[in-house]
Design a binder for this molecule. Structure first.
Ligand SMILES: NC(=O)c1ccc[n+]([C@@H]2O[C@H](COP(=O)([O-])OP(=O)(O)OC[C@H]3O[C@@H](n4cnc5c(N)ncnc54)[C@H](OP(=O)(O)O)[C@@H]3O)[C@@H](O)[C@H]2O)c1
Length: 151
């Protein structure tokens, strides 16, 4: 059976509205890489953007052995490797930091490239599952549906 994208609801949104979303921000990081979702967005003309590019540090991302080794080879941090990997996958990334040194570090990712050997090593880290919650969980759908952002 074909592997369906995790968020086929995008098709529902597109088919039932006049305007196709320009960008769709979804959880995307080394442990949940969203390739099928990205393929669907590309096919439908929607740009994928990473939510939580560092997985908020979960799974000890910032000390991950594979990412650390790849970074050491380029003189870059794990954070920089992750950002570079997302950019090379054509995933828009807007990392958040409250520290100016990290902000500078996060911009400094355009003077190196991950190799054709390194990209598949990171691809192998994909668990195919969220580190946060599942949008197919009825209780979560109900919770999100009832969030009020304004009166
Ligand atoms: N659309 C939405 O509903 C939504 C919701 C949440 C977040 N977002 C967006 O998603 C982006 C980030 O999300 P997020 O903050 O939840 O998760 P994240 O990017 O996965 O993780 C951010 C964490 O990484 C740390 N960090 C940043 N740069 C680092 C570096 N170079 N080295 C080590 N640690 C670093 C930050 O700590 P410090 O700040 O202490 O450096 C922060 O704790 C933001 O652009 C945000 O606006 C969108």
């Amino acid at each position: 059976m074909a592997a369906f994208p995790r968020w086929s609801g995008l098709v529902d949104v597109i088919e039932h509205n006049d305007i196709v979303p320009a960008v769709n921000q979804i959880e995307t990081h080394p442990y949940f890489q969203r390739r099928a979702d990205q393929d669907l967005m590309t096919e439908r003309g929607v740009q994928i953007e990473s939510w939580g590019p560092f997985a908020e540090g979960r799974n000890n991302l910032f000390t991950d052995a594979v990412l650390s080794e790849i970074g050491a080879g380029h003189g870059k941090s794990v954070a920089q490797v992750v950002l570079r990997w997302l950019i090379q996958r054509n995933v828009v990334v807007i990392p958040k930091s409250v520290r100016s040194d990290r902000m500078a570090q996060n911009f400094d990712v355009f003077d190196f490239s991950l190799t054709d050997d390194e990209m598949p090593r990171i691809a192998e880290m994909d668990t195919g599952a969220s580190l946060f919650f599942d949008h197919r969980d009825p209780a979560m759908v109900s919770t999100l549906s009832n969030v009020r952002t304004h009166d």
